[in-house]
Design a binder for this molecule. Structure first.
Ligand code: SF4
Length: 366
């Protein structure tokens, strides 16, 4: 895995790897369990607070890894409870992370996997940025830890994040190895212990990486489909020119799925563009019925967007027709639109704040 910083972040090291590193360097592998407990259960990020770890081991760890957490540099709070965070990394780069509340006290964190994105979907604000760099695994886990710490300090001790979706900035499978290691840390029972069903990775359809998913922890997979015709999908997502719907669906069929698990297809509904009867017919023909769920996402308009959101009647009609065709279907409720945290709205409104923060804080990046 390509190193992004000379001193990698500790928070991207899976437990097994940490045990190997300790063993190779003359330390006891069982110390790894104790260290994991300090960091991920007790949330003690300063090694000086680890009372049962020797000075020798602490100095080995701090010489090898950075324990610096990403910083919450700005936060916004929507009236529906959604919170948006701008999270700053060690080299001054920032990403957006969004916490979305749901029923039963669930709190989902929508995390970023890259600074910017190379995929260039035409409906997406982030897509206009281009790719600046991948996030290292520790920066991906770091978003979760930084927001957890912020909630504890600023809202309540009881606030806990329960779910993760890789739906923030970036194409997670473009950053395969770092996202894989971060996912191992999220799932580790002796660490954050999120169950497999609580972590969802959303991809635009990078076929070669989808074909490698048997070498990835078994989490939920969501595909950003958005169209059932190649012409429309290529207009929305240039990646479709490289990997069209036939290649994409062939690759998806090979994803190892446990019993009663689904592939979710995200479908951005845009007025008079992909919300027509012929789109419904094509979707019904395209998707394997028993293992597919469609999540309809009514388009969130932003100031310069040329696309429009369909009416509520049209959205409900589209859903009903799909269900009549045997496809399980849900409509995603829009959250956080008032703070531009809704899907496809990440970026740019905050650019001025970000630039200012970066200039003030990182005149000499590491
Ligand atoms: S929708 Fe996702 S994959 Fe497409 S440009 Fe935006 S961040 Fe990248």
């Amino acid at each position: 895995m390509k190193a992004i910083f000379d001193q990698p972040s500790f928070y991207g090291i899976p437990l097994d790897t940490l045990k190997e590193i300790l063993k190779e360097n003359g330390h006891k592998p069982f110390n790894a369990d104790q260290i994991y407990s300090w960091v991920y259960e007790k949330l003690v990020f300063d090694v000086d607070g680890w009372t049962n770890i020797s000075k020798d081991l602490k100095s080995f760890l701090t010489s090898k890894f950075s324990f610096e957490l990403p910083k919450v540099v700005w936060n916004g709070h929507s009236k529906d409870g959604t919170r948006k965070f701008l999270v700053g990394m060690r080299d001054s780069k920032t990403v957006e992370t969004v916490m979305i509340p749901a029923k039963n006290n669930r709190k989902t964190l929508c995390i970023s996997s890259q600074v910017g994105c190379a995929i260039g979907c035409t409906f997406c604000h982030t897509g206009t940025m281009g790719l600046t760099r991948h996030l290292e695994a520790g920066e991906i886990v770091g978003q979760f830890l930084a927001v957890t710490k912020w909630l504890k300090e600023n809202v309540s001790d009881e606030e806990r994040l329960s779910n993760i979706v890789y739906m923030g900035q970036g194409e997670p499978l473009h950053n395969f190895e770092h996202v894989k290691n971060a996912t191992k840390v999220f799932l580790e029972p002796k660490g954050l212990g999120l169950g497999q069903r609580r972590v969802t990775l959303s991809t635009s359809g990078l076929v070669p990486q989808i074909e490698k998913l048997d070498d990835f922890p078994p989490i939920n997979i969501a595909i950003s489909l958005h169209a059932a015709h190649n012409k429309i999908r290529s207009e929305l997502m240039p990646i479709n020119k490289a990997y069209d719907l036939t290649r994409l669906l062939d690759a998806i069929k090979k994803i190892p799925l446990k019993a009663h698990r689904y592939i979710t297809y995200e479908y951005l509904l845009i007025e008079k563009y992909n919300d027509r009867a012929e789109d419904i017919e094509a979707l019904i023909d395209l998707l394997p019925k028993k293992v597919s769920k469609v999540n309809l996402i009514p388009f969130n308009e932003y100031p310069e967007s040329s696309f429009k959101r369909p009416s509520v009647t049209r959205i409900n009609w589209f859903k009903d027709q799909l269900e009549k065709g045997g496809i399980t279907c849900t409509i995603r409720t829009t959250k956080g639109a008032d703070i531009l945290a809704a899907c496809g709205q990440l970026k740019s409104e905050m650019d001025k704040k970000l630039n200012l923060w970066e200039e003030e804080n990182f005149t000499s990046p590491t």
